[in-house]
Design a protein around this ligand. Structure first.
Ligand code: UD1
Length: 341
């Protein structure tokens, strides 16, 4: 096991952040969370503490607040940083693009400046497969060209370029940008899961809210795509695997300085209709669907080539779509109204 460190987790109350906090705490790391609860609740962190029997240090605030961030680095001996805090809804990003640039890029720049001033060199950055955009060839390895199709994806792509520029100027920096495919599922305990505020944008929380009766039917955005059943194909990856990938990535930051970009995916593509089917089997519930027009900004298919991290780190995902559905459903059933239920 890598040497235990104190890790600053920005956005640590969010879906992937909270699961990563659990993974880190269970492996002996200390965790300091900065979160403004703009799309999460403090209840998620209470669940993290309940699950692990360990305390999380919470600093409530915005990562763009350099003074606040400076106090966090001054007050805690932070060794490594995982930066999740960002906005992440594709459709919303087309409605309020400037807010996406301001938060996603602004927070990354502020964090890098404060890390530089504090002499902290180790960063894992939350990037996205959406950078690949409308892929010409599948599966996607890390050398596939970037062709982002919406402001959210472009903001992540620009963040990677900001990281590259910072690494060129500050050769002591060690950065891994992890491009996740589609994280879904929940902690198998049912205590921690995806808990979006308002009507969900993403397919799995929408699906589980239909199954539990909070929403009527799942809109299937497009059934005329050039895919086997006409619905979009994605590489769904269990959030606990994503969290585990972050823990392993932190242990590999010291391998080499500079920026490295790595995929976190399974290599398996699943269509929306196949996902509904898998969910119905896992839950024993029928999920009514409503085929609908395509959602603007969507691309037909995204599937990872996960072989680079397999070769380099000996790491791969371990949980399949059935487990993702079963765990997401358990969380929804136990928490019909989210962590605050
Ligand atoms: C997008 C990003 C991804 C990012 C994620 C974070 C792209 C291409 N992908 O994923 O990088 O990590 O947001 O939130 O920009 N769908 C329905 N009905 C629904 C909701 C979704 O049919 O009610 C379909 C979508 O059309 C899509 C699939 O389900 O084909 C998954 O959608 P979603 O969960 O929103 O994720 P992405 O848009 O793939």
């Amino acid at each position: 096991m890598a040497h235990p460190t104190t890790v600053l987790v920005t956005g640590g109350a969010g879906f992937i952040g909270s699961h990563t906090a659990v993974e880190l705490l269970e492996n002996g790391h200390d965790v300091v969370v900065v979160d403004d609860f703009s799309n999460s609740t403090p209840a998620a962190l209470e669940r993290v503490q309940k699950l692990t029997g360990r305390r999380v240090t919470l600093v409530e605030g915005d990562v763009r607040d350099r003074a606040l961030l400076g106090e966090v680095f001054a007050g805690h001996r932070i060794h490594q940083v995982v930066h999740f805090a960002a906005k992440k809804a594709v459709g919303e990003s087309m409605q309020i693009p400037l807010e996406y640039w301001d938060l996603n890029v602004g927070a990354t720049v502020a964090l890098l400046q404060v890390m530089r001033d504090a002499g902290v060199t180790d960063l894992v950055f939350s990037s996205s497969c959406s950078i690949y955009g409308d892929a010409q060839r599948l599966p996607l390895d890390e050398d596939a060209p970037a062709a982002p199709t919406n402001p959210y994806a472009r903001s992540k792509w620009v963040c990677e370029q900001v990281l590259a520029d910072a690494c060129a100027r500050h050769p002591e920096l060690r950065v891994l940008a992890l491009r996740y495919f589609n994280p879904i599922g929940a902690h198998p305990s049912g205590l921690l899961g995806e808990d979006p505020l308002g009507v969900p944008n993403n397919v799995m929380p929408y699906l589980t809210q239909v199954a539990v009766g909070r929403l009527e039917r799942l809109p299937v955005y497009g059934t005329d795509y050039p895919t086997p059943d006409g619905s979009c194909v994605r590489d769904y990856v269990h959030v606990v695997d994503v969290a585990d990938g972050h823990r392993v990535a932190l242990g590999h930051l010291a391998d080499t300085p500079g920026l490295r970009v790595r995929n976190l995916g399974t290599g398996v593509g699943t269509s929306v209709l196949e996902l509904v089917n898998a969910f119905e089997q896992a839950s024993g519930r029928r999920v009514p669907v409503a085929p609908t027009d395509r959602r603007s900004g969507d691309v037909p298919a995204l599937v990872a080539d996960p072989s680079l991290v397999a070769r380099e780190w000996g790491w791969r995902t371990r949980r399949d779509v059935a487990a993702m559905c079963a765990d997401a459903w358990r969380f929804q059933q136990l928490n019909p109204f989210g962590h605050a239920s």
